[in-house]
Design a protein around this ligand. Structure first.
Ligand SMILES: C[S@@+](CC[C@H](N)C(=O)[O-])C[C@H]1O[C@@H](n2cnc3c(N)ncnc32)[C@H](O)[C@@H]1O
Length: 398
C-alpha cells in the first residue's frame, strides 16, 4: 500500500492526524524538493526527490519499493496531481489517499465563487491553449499555471483570443504564510514574474468585436483557417450528431482537411481523443493551428495517406471519412478497425464516393442521408437560394 498525502503551502501545520501518521510511519517519503522541505526534521524516513521526468520513479513505485512508502502531493492528489497518475499506473487498490484542499477550492473560497459553477483548466504539463475552450462571456475559470511566467503566458493567450477585458486574478502560495492575491485584467496584466506556485482566476469578458464560440457542433465556417477543404457548418453539425462523441473515446478523422470534425469532436467531449489523418502537408499543418486556436491542442495530426497511414493506430470508437473514400481499401480497413459498437460516418459529394457508400450500405446496413443545403444569398437586388453541393452521408454502427 502506498500512502498519498496532499500537503498545502501551510506544510505540516495544515495536515490532519491521519496524514501526519502516514508520513511518520513511512520508510520512504517521495516528493518535490519544495514539498520535502515542508516536513519537520524529526521525520525519519528516507527522502526521495522526484527525478525529471518522473517516470523512472513511478516505475519503481509500480514495481514496489521495499518498506512503507508515502508520496507527497500538492493539494488534492487526485486533482491534476500525482495521485491521479499513480491510480493509473499502480492501481487504485494499492493507494491510500489523504486529500487536502486543492488550489481550485482555495481560489474559489478566496473569491467567493461557487466551485460547481467554476471551470478548472490546467496548463501544467500540457499546452496552455486548452484554456481557449473555456473562454466564454461570463464564465469563471481557475487555471493552474507553471513557472514564474505562467500567469503572463495565460494573460497573453486570453488577450489573443479576444478576452483582454477579463478580470484576471493571480493567486500565489494559497493557504500559506506568503499568500498574495493580485487583481487586474488580462489586458492590463503587467507580466512581471510571479511566485512559481500560483493559480489564475478569470472572469471572462469579451473585447468588442469578439465572436464568442459555443461548444455546440457547427461552429461558423469562419472560425477555421481553410483552403476550402472544410465541411460546411450545417453538414458538420449533422455529422457530429451522427458520430455522437462519448467520454474517453478515440476518433479517427480520415482525410481531415481543415480538421473541423476532429476539432468539434474534442470541443464537445474534451475527455475524448482524436487523430486527424491528412496527406497534404500544408493542410496537416493548418489542422494543428486550427486545433490549437480552438482550444483542443491535444488533437493528434498524422500526415499520411489512408489506408497506409492508419497502421499502428489504436482501434477507435468512431471513424469519420471525409476524404479518401474511393481509395482502395479505405472503407474496408476503417470498418474492420472499429471497436464493436463503434460508429462509422462517411460523407461523399462525388458520384464515385456516393457509389462507394451505396455499396457499403448494401453490405453492412446503416443509414443513407442526403443533405441538400441552400443559403439565402443576394441575386441582383433580390435574394435567392444558392445551393451547396449535396452531401450523401452513410452512417452505421458496427
Ligand atoms: C500539478 S498541479 C497540482 C494541483 C493540486 N493537486 C491541487 O489540488 O490544486 C500544480 C498547480 O496547482 C496550482 N497550485 C497548487 N498549490 C497552489 C497554491 N498553494 N497556491 C496557488 N496555486 C497552487 C499551481 O497552479 C500549480 O502550478
Amino acid at each position: 500500500m502506498i500512502s498519498v498525502v496532499g500537503i498545502g503551502a501551510d506544510g505540516w501545520a495544515g495536515l490532519g492526524e491521519a496524514a501526519r501518521a502516514a508520513i511518520r510511519e513511512a520508510d520512504t517519503v517521495v516528493g518535490s524538493a519544495r514539498q520535502l522541505d515542508l516536513l519537520p526534521a524529526g521525520v525519519a524516513a528516507e527522502r526521495r526527490c522526484w527525478p525529471s521526468p518522473i517516470d523512472p520513479l513511478v516505475d519503481e513505485l509500480a514495481a514496489g519499493l521495499p518498506g512503507t512508502v508515502c508520496v507527497l502531493a500538492s493539494g488534492d492528489p487526485m486533482l491534476h496531481g500525482i495521485g491521479a497518475t499513480l491510480a493509473r499506473r499502480v492501481g487504485p487498490d494499492r493507494l491510500a489517499v489523504h486529500p487536502h484542499p486543492s488550489a481550485f477550492s482555495l481560489a474559489c473560497a478566496r473569491l467567493g465563487w461557487p466551485a460547481a459553477e467554476t471551470a478548472l483548466v490546467s496548463a501544467v504539463g500540457r499546452p496552455a491553449e486548452g484554456l481557449a475552450l473555456a473562454l466564454a462571456p461570463g464564465r469563471r475559470i481557475v487555471a493552474y499555471a507553471a513557472g514564474a511566467q505562467g500567469a503572463a503566458r495565460l494573460a497573453a493567450l486570453v488577450c489573443e483570443r479576444g478576452y483582454g477585458p477579463s478580470r484576471f486574478v493571480v493567486l500565489e502560495q494559497l493557504g500559506g504564510p506568503a499568500e498574495r492575491i493580485v487583481e487586474s485584467t488580462a489586458g492590463a496584466f503587467n507580466g512581471t514574474p510571479v511566485d512559481p506556485l500560483h493559480a489564475v482566476a478569470l472572469e471572462c469578458r469579451a473585447a468588442p468585436g469578439t465572436v464568442p464560440l459555443s461548444r455546440a457542433p457547427g461552429l461558423p465556417d469562419g472560425a477555421y483557417d481553410s483552403d476550402g477543404q472544410l465541411s460546411k457548418r450545417a453538414v458538420r453539425a449533422v455529422t457530429l450528431a451522427a458520430l455522437g462523441p462519448r467520454p474517453g473515446e478515440l476518433l479517427w478523422d480520415v482525410g481531415a482537411g481543415s480538421g473541423s470534425i476532429a476539432i468539434e469532436w474534442l470541443r464537445v467531449e474534451p475527455s475524448a481523443r482524436a487523430v486527424a489523418i491528412e496527406p497534404d502537408p500544408s493542410r496537416a499543418a493548418r489542422i494543428a493551428v486550427n486545433a490549437s486556436r480552438l482550444g483542443v491542442p491535444a488533437l493528434e495530426v498524422r500526415e499520411g495517406r489512408a489506408p497506409a497511414a492508419l497502421e499502428g493506430l489504436e482501434a477507435p470508437g468512431a471513424i469519420f471519412i471525409g476524404g479518401g473514400l474511393t481509395a482502395d481499401g479505405v472503407l474496408d480497413r476503417c470498418w474492420a478497425a472499429l471497436r464493436p459498437g463503434g460508429r462509422l460516418v462517411a460523407n461523399a459529394v462525388t458520384l464515385e464516393g456516393e457509389r462507394a457508400l451505396q455499396a457499403a450500405r448494401a453490405a453492412r446496413g446503416g443509414d443513407l442521408l442526403r443533405l441538400a443545403v441552400s443559403h439565402a444569398e443576394p441575386l441582383g437586388s433580390f435574394e435567392a437560394w444558392r445551393p451547396h453541393l449535396p452531401v450523401v452521408q452513410w452512417s452505421a454502427v458496427r
